[in-house]
Write a protein that binds this ligand. Sequence first.
Ligand SMILES: [Mn+2]
Length: 335
Amino acid sequence: MDWRNLIELLKDHTVYLQMHNFPDPDALASAFGLQVFLHANGVESTICYAGKIDKNSTKRMVDEFGIHPVYIDDLPDMKETDYIVTVDAQKYNSNITDFPGDEVACIDHHPTMIPCSYRYSDIRICGACCSIVASYFKDSGTTLDSNTATALLYGLKMDTDSFNRGVTDFDISMFAYLHKFADYRKVISMYNNNMGIEDLHAYGEAIKSIKIYENVGFAKITFDCQDAQVAMISDFILGLDVVEFSVVYAVSNGGYKFSVRNETATCHAGVITQKALQELGGGGGGHFSMAGGVLSGEKIHALGRNADFMIRKRFMETIEQERIAIEEKEHVVRS
Ligand SMILES: [Mn+2]
């Protein structure tokens, strides 16, 4: 898509740049970069979101780069005729709340799950949405200031896990472009310092409690912490060489909240979490590689005196049942 069409479409409208819920650094930097780009081309816009900005990395970005994301409840005046550009997300995805405005445009780097016809659509499969936004500056010759370039480069580095995940030639060429304008020392400093002391407590708890059964790792955090922290610990446990499926849970509202990760070829994290926590609170929806779940406070007693043991047992049994079900299915196909 040509950036001129985007400017043409948005001109003289009230424009919102909507990130997915619980925006990550790529979403935040892309929305910010796009806002700067649009402003330079005569279009004013407001960055908005639902959920929370509760990670150290994103909270710090807001201060460091001077980003002004507005929570949806603070936008009571948004009208159905206002224009929304979804950034790092697509309409109808489960991770984006439907706001009153009209989703006229989409800029994203994820595969499309549910198609939607936008008046302007720029969906390119690449490592980060920041690369797409960076290309708008390059293609249009719009002046790219150091602060914006630094934010975009940080988003690109974070979303690609420092160029280890999903990187394309396009991302590399945008990295080279951004690098000319960005303060790369700042990017590295932010990248290397996005852990808070409270994160360390969560890591400590998890390390103390870790149990490994076959290729499954379990850990428990005995204090209430942010969803993002539980997810971070689950990623951390998955990083162990022997672990291919991780189940991490933390105390929450008298019960537990779960973050589950899978890197096996067969264990669907969402399905297993849903089944293992059935009648106990349930899975909170999940993908093949990642899922969340809840064990409600009222149901904890149903697990008896050794709740932790029962949680591990339920997950291990569910994984085994799923494995057998898949084997049987393959057997039927083969015979
Ligand atoms: Mn992204």
